[in-house]
Design a protein around this ligand. Structure first.
Ligand code: ADP
Ligand code: MG
Length: 359
């Protein structure tokens, strides 16, 4: 059996030192923790920190005339993971919610968790359930990124499918009730939530003029660099994730997340199975796409939309993207790259073997 899981990091191309290590295929284990600072233009410092947070490689680069805030960003991400959104962490809001399944009185969650859940449930409704925050048990049954990935037994899968579905979550403010058998998993929005929380920290410090925060495949660009050059976000090459297909040139605040079938997968009996599930079937989504990157003005939504669009396929994604005023880059299995109108002039295809598609 062939199995693959990489610690993915969407890259801002200004971070040359990191790119060098990423392009040589670094893993979280050999990357470890590191931090660095250097004087940038006109007394503004460039603070840089790498860490493994939210189960993925995370990088913070902050340009500031004041204190180094990179450690606080990492600590905030860990706090959000542990207190709020991780189903793995005993005592987190989501753990408490999942343990309450079937209890009609439900549980109270924090204001933050309630606001994440509200956006998540709206996204589920607006995508007709292509994005579904109750897919966790089905993902674990497949165990794509675990020690025993396998195609599940049909009966077992059917039972979990019957028990899942976003409509089994009832939310009234901070009060949430979950039907018996259902569970909530923020895996597809967690890294984007991390970007949103990082942004809240950065905007509280007026010394910060610019920053790039990458949490795995979700990236936040914020403010401007001291030299006022644009942010350059690399879109990973699905055929070789140490390389990139093209570059998005952006200014100011942006959130870009990528979901791709090349990130985590295994092979069984000659077939390949990846980690993005189609909630309609309980099987890995087959939409002809290998990667979707979504650009919006919110981290949770860019992350969730990238998963949703991967499941929906390009055609069905377009009205959803319009509704959220989001843009996307779709890469299909024939190496065609489709870019929505809003970012056509911001995207440059650089890799041979890929072709820009008009429709
Ligand atoms: P990654 O974790 O590589 O960034 P995604 O953001 O696409 O990938 O999210 C994958 C996670 O989302 C998995 O943890 C899985 O439990 C969950 N998931 C899989 N399919 C769906 C889906 N259709 N809707 C919501 N969550 C999903
Ligand atoms: Mg996602």
């Amino acid at each position: 059996m062939v199995k693959k899981k990489r610690h993915k990091l969407t890259v801002e191309l200004g971070c040359a030192a990191l790119i060098a290590s990423l392009l040589s295929g670094c893993s979280a284990a050999n990357q470890g923790q590191s931090s660095r600072e250097k004087t940038s233009v006109s007394g503004v410092m460039e603070y840089d920190r790498n860490n493994v947070v939210m189960g993925t490689l995370t990088k913070a680069v902050i340009y500031s005339s004041g204190k180094d805030r990179t450690k606080e960003v990492m600590e905030r991400l860990s706090q959000v993971e542990n207190d709020a959104i991780s189903w793995r962490v005993e005592g987190s809001d989501i753990d408490k919610l999942n343990k309450s399944a079937g209890h009609p009185s439900g549980v109270e969650v924090s204001e933050d968790t309630a606001s994440y859940l509200k956006k998540t449930l709206e996204l589920a409704k607006n995508t007709d359930g292509a994005f579904d925050p109750t897919m966790g048990k089905i993902s674990r049954l497949w165990d794509v990124d675990g020690d025993h990935p396998q195609v599940p037994e049909k009966e077992e899968l059917k039972q979990l499918l019957d028990e899942s579905g976003y409509e089994k979550i009832q939310q009234d403010g901070t009060h949430v009730v979950l039907e018996s058998g259902a569970s909530v998993d923020f895996g597809a929005v967690g890294k984007g939530i991390g970007c949103d929380e990082a942004k809240k920290l950065l905007e509280n410090d007026s010394d910060v003029c610019g920053a790039v925060i990458s949490v795995g495949g979700s990236i936040l660009t914020y403010g401007t660099k001291p030299d006022e050059s644009d942010w350059k976000v690399a879109i990973t090459n699905p055929d070789n994730d140490t390389d990139y297909v093209g570059i998005l040139t952006l200014s100011g605040e942006n959130y870009v997340s990528t979901s791709g079938s090349y990130e985590k997968f295994f092979e069984q009996d000659g077939n390949t199975y990846h980690h993005i599930m189609d909630p309609a079937t309980g099987y890995p989504a087959e939409s002809g796409l290998v990667s979707v990157s979504v650009l919006t003005d919110n981290g949770l939504l860019s992350d969730g939309l990238s998963t949703a669009c991967f499941v929906l396929g390009k055609e069905k994604s377009l009205p959803v993207l319009e509704k959220y005023e989001a843009d996307a880059i779709f890469i299909d299995e024939n190496h065609k790259v489709y870019v929505t109108d809003g970012i056509k002039n911001k995207f440059e295809l650089v890799r041979k073997g890929y072709e820009l598609a008009e429709e």
